[in-house]
Design a protein around this ligand. Sequence first.
Ligand code: 5GP
Ligand code: ZN
Length: 114
Amino acid sequence: MAAKSLATCIFCKIIKGEIPSYKLIETDTVFSFLDIGPLSKGHALVIPKYHAEKLHEVPDEYLTETLPIAKKIAIALGAENYNILQNNGRIAHQEVPHIHFHVIPKPSASDDEG
Ligand code: 5GP
Ligand code: ZN
């Protein structure tokens, strides 16, 4: 399984450690880290180690671990309410052209107490 990267891609640079990130889980096919502009506490990104812009361009073997890792992160965060979000293309609000899954906790009002 040959990982594919693009020298100019910020997420490929994060995978290679050329740009710092707060890493959560890394496997042979997947890298996950905290989002730099979190929509809520714990907002994480899960990315295949294969440079492609959109979901349909990624070989299946680079996708199989993505949702199990998103699930692990959701469990680790203790998130009862959360969104898994994955945008494809600028019109669909994709800003970084390296496929990524967002894990976005949705804290309830009681999460702010104590
Ligand atoms: P998109 O709109 O493409 O689905 O989401 C891109 C996400 O990547 C945004 O939530 C943004 O905050 C995050 N992001 C962009 N650049 C960086 C970066 O250099 N480091 C980290 N950790 N997150 C980034
Ligand atoms: Zn990339």
